[in-house]
Structure formats: C-alpha cells, structure tokens
Ligand binder design. Sequence first.
Ligand code: ATP
Ligand code: MG
Length: 415
Amino acid sequence: MKFSQNFTKTSKTVSAETESINAKLLTRAGFIYQELAGAYAFLPLGWRVIQNIESIVREEMDKIATELHLTSLSPRERWQATKRHDSVDVLMSTKAANEVALQKSTAEYILNPTHEDIITPIAKQYANSYKDLPFATYQIRTKFRNEARAKSGLLRGREFIMKDLYSFHTSEDNLKEFYEVAKERYIAVYEKLGLAKDTFITLASGGDFTKEYSHEFQTLLESGEDTIYLDRENKIAYNKEVATPEDAKKLGVDFNKLEEVKASEVGNIFPLGTKYSELLDYYYTDQDNTRHLVWMGSYGIGISRLMGVIAEKYHDDKGLVWPENVAPYKYHIIALPDTANIKAGEDIYKQLGEENCLFDDRADVSPGEKFGDADLIGIPNQIIISNKTLESDSVEFVDRATGKKEMIKISELTN
Ligand code: ATP
Ligand code: MG
C-alpha cells in the first residue's frame, strides 16, 4: 500500500480516556479506532494484523476441523434451553431501536457471547449415528459480551473476535484423545505468533461449562488481567480459581512455592463432557442401535485480544515493533522527499512486491516525520532511500527491532 492512499493518519496524542498501552499505541499508529468503550474498528493496517493472526490460527485449525460461520443473532429460546439465559452475566440482547422500527417488529434477539448453545442443536440435527462421529468444526467471528470493565483496549472488548471450535465424540476417551491433539495445535499457534516462550498451559476450573479442569493458555504480561501461579521449571501454571487448599491436595502441588505472575488469557479449552448433550437431549445410536449421549469439547482463542497482547509485548518508546509473522507489511519503504527518491521507491515497491510493502511516497512530509511514522507503525524492515544512498545505487536497510543499519545495493534487494 502507498502511504498516500492510506486514509488514516498517525497522531501524537490520544484521548485521555485511553488507558492501556495497546490502545494508545494502536490508536496513535492508525491501526484501530475506538467506537465506544470496548468496541474498536480495525482500520486498514490493523485489519491486516488481524488477518495475519487469523491465517495462523486457520492454518492450524484446518488440520483438525472444518470451518463454518454461525450467526451472531439467536432466539432467546436457544439460551433458555441450556438454562443459561438467566445465568450468563455478560449476555446481551438486541431489539428494534425506535418507534417506527418497533412497529415493524418487536422481536428481540440474543447477541451470542459464545456458541455452544447454538452449535449443539445444529449438530443434533445432522450427526446422530456413530458413523457421523467424531467431528469438529470451528469459526472465527465477532462475539458480544456485556463486560463490566472495558478499559484494557483490545484485551477486553464488549465486541471482539474469537476463534471457537467445537468437537463431538462417541466416548470420553475419544474426546480426551482429540483434546490432546487440539492442545498441540494451540501450542503451534502460539509458537507461530512468537508468544510460545511466554505462554503457559494453566489449569483452571471448568467454570460455566464443566466440573473438570479446563486449560487456559496464559501469556505472561505485566498489564494482563489475570493472576496465575507459575511453575516455570515444569512449564505449567495454575489459575487463581484452582489455587485452593482443596485443589492443591488433588493436584499434589504446594501453591506457596509457585511464582505469582500477571498474565492474559489468550486461549481456553474445555472438556464439556455431556453437559450440553444432556440439556439438549443429544444422543447418537451405536452399531447395535443403542442410544448414548454425545461427548463434547469447546476450544477458544482470543484473536483480537492476541493483537492487543502482541502490541503490549512488542513495542519500545518509539512505537510498535511487530514480529514478522503478524506485521501488516514486511517492508516499510521510506523515500525521502525528492522526485528521484520517490521514483526509486516506486521501482523498489514493485521489485519487492506491492503486497509486502508500505511505501511512504509522500512528497510533502519531512524526513523526520517519515522516520517517526515508520517507528510508530513498527513494520520490521525499513528501507530508506535518499539522494545519498542513491549515489551508490543503494538503500539503507534498518531493522526496526534492533536498530541495526546496513547499506544494501538495490539490485541485491530481494524479497
Ligand atoms: P476472561 O476470563 O478473560 O473474561 P473468558 O474465560 O470468559 O475470558 P472464554 O469464554 O474462555 O473467555 O473465551 C475464549 C477466549 O476468548 C479467551 O481465552 C480470550 O482469549 C478471549 N476473550 C474472552 N473474552 C474476551 C473479551 N471480552 N475481549 C477479548 N477477548 C476475549
Ligand atoms: Mg476462559
């Protein structure tokens, strides 16, 4: 993309209400726009980061499940059927907003905060025989939750993007087997995102879903909203909820010996067991035509929260420092204002592939402003073109993360 075609602009300041580092930096760099507390628009640069995170997640999830797209709106009955209508404390609903609209329809809908209650009736309609099982399906879509605190930018949204996967099995053993496979895919996702060394599988209570433990993926982060108890050596952690004398006994750990650290929950997997199939009468028939309850699992990843976590982890005093896998572009071409420089920039833009580059082609902006913008936006490789570098048919190649500079011949610049 050419800078001159990007309709957003960087800014030096953000409104005083913006408290979190991720929201401050991402807003200043023109990646996100706050519509209301807890709801952000992803602007062109920010949307590319989201899409990169999504592709990494898709790449791994496609190995174990098929993608679908469920609705955001659902009838109240769906939530009444699972007895969650009155207990989910973030549940939101929507209805016609004015008199004329109400005259057309007074229908009210739930804005889905998660989709167990929605996918199970669909599975029940189609997969009723042992021959249909096991199967797993996932989606990446917007969720709505009436969160009380929405002050952490992308870390906690009232509207946010989640990957959610649901698996269906004939037996507990088969569920457990898949559950471990899913765990491996999750680890692969965090590895590709550059977060693996700071992300710990964390035992948590099943919460709303199940009486067994669930597993959270917690990324160490000073500004994270969770406190976890970390056994660094054995690479396992325990959530606050399970750090009770009762659990300690069950798990054989001495919680007093663990490190207390702040973290952000970037994923959560749940063995649902037969909770939903019992509530919704979801059975399958085996070879002998005997009916059994279907076993289920549920697996979430916070896509937009991950963008916030990466921004919180990867920045310096000048701005964002994107890891290459998620960066909006690989190269930031900075042509210093001069016709010859901009012309050379055009050629390099084509040479490296337009889809890989943000090209600062602005003729009316000072070098200082261009450098400042590039550092704030945080694309990993900066390519500076000036009259001086052109004298030796070269560019200055700067590594955003380390600040390391080197001169490279234009003919030797390859993607
Ligand atoms: P939290 O404890 O942070 O409120 P949760 O346990 O209620 O989250 P889950 O139902 O497990 O959330 O959702 C799956 C994943 O979606 C979480 O692991 C997290 O990464 C992400 N997520 C949940 N709520 C939000 C939110 N309000 N904003 C952004 N991401 C979220
Ligand atoms: Mg959770």
